[in-house]
Design a protein around this ligand. Structure first.
Ligand code: BV8
Length: 249
């Protein structure tokens, strides 16, 4: 059976994709980093220094995500449709720790910065689904251990200075893809912000930025469309499914 020639697509999403679902971004004027310093809540040193504060930061974001008025928006749904209808592989790499891509139906998905609805044990290393608040006394559901200066559990996300997840899989997909689309990200956090350069260096893939406004790396993209993700992403997906790769300009 000949390998289909349909070409692979890699999509990178950031917090702007979830903004119209009601979740805050990081670096917009009303963003998360305008209210708290990342050095105080999103690094291993912050957790060592004040684990209760870090638990409180993620407990609040987890509760917000699980509230009834938060759900996928048309951008999440358009990306799930692209995966279902595109004849080649579509790998969705998200920097987001929410579960809105899954809830929209995306399956071929990598959370390179982890997931807020997962917890990891500091003692046995086992990670698993977690939707409740977490504190220093919470026991690990896998090994039962609890207590200690840092407690037993941490949120299963990638903090600054920690290695992002699934990098081998991501870099392999970037190497093979014919289309790289960056959506809703400021392009200020590495290695994700460097993916477009990785793709350009291979000289074959088309690169597209879909964002509310030009990102830090906007000049690196061959094609750019600006506006809210809930409009710009469905429009782009419709065009791509109608006209194929040659149709994008
Ligand atoms: C690593 C998870 C190496 C947690 C996050 C100095 C010291 C130490 C490290 C570094 C350093 N200098 C550089 C680094 C590397 C560092 C880094 O890049 N720092 C930056 C600040 C300079 N990176 C790391 O540390 C990474 N790890 O390098 O490891 C290593 C090597 C070997 C061994 C060990 C380690 C790890 C980075 C991951 C950190 N974790 N999050 C959590 O979420 O709490 S990062 C955080 O930023 C989120 O994941 C977020 O997704 C990511 C990027 O932000 P964006 O998603 O882009 O969000 P932002 O608000 O910035 O932008 C939103 C965009 O949306 C805007 O452009 C806006 O216009 C747009 N928008 C808004 N509304 C809409 C919209 N678009 C469309 N529609 C709308 N409606």
């Amino acid at each position: 059976m000949p390998q289909t020639s349909a070409r692979g697509i890699v999509i990178l999403t950031g917090a702007g994709t979830s903004r119209e679902s009601g979740l805050h971004t990081f670096r917009d004027p009303d963003g998360i980093w305008s209210r708290v310093r990342l050095e105080d809540v999103a690094t291993p040193e912050a957790f060592e220094r004040d684990p209760a504060r870090v638990h409180g930061f993620y407990n609040a974001r987890r509760r917000a995500l699980l509230s009834d008025d938060i759900g996928p928006n048309p951008a999440h749904r358009a990306l799930a449709r692209l995966e279902a209808e595109w004849p080649g592989e579509v790998l969705l790499v998200t920097q987001n720790i929410d579960n809105l891509h899954e809830r929209a139906g995306s399956k071929n998905l990598v959370h390179m910065h982890g997931e807020i609805l997962s917890a990891r044990c500091l003692r046995c290393g086992v990670a698993g689904p977690w939707s409740a608040d977490m504190n220093l006394e919470t026991p690990c559901p896998a090994c039962g251990q609890a207590g200690g200066r840092l407690g037993a559990l941490r949120v299963d996300v990638v903090w600054f200075g920690e290695m992002p997840m699934a990098m081998d899989r991501i870099l392999t997909a970037l190497e093979a893809c014919e289309l790289f689309v960056s959506i809703g990200t400021s392009g200020s956090v590495y290695p994700a912000a460097g993916f477009v350069q990785d793709v350009r260096e291979r000289g074959r893939a088309h690169t597209v930025e879909l964002n509310l406004e030009p990102s830090e790396g906007h000049s690196l993209f061959a094609e750019r469309h600006y506006g809210p993700a809930s409009r710009v992403v469905p429009e782009f997906v419709d065009r791509l499914l109608r006209d194929g790769l040659g149709g994008t300009s």
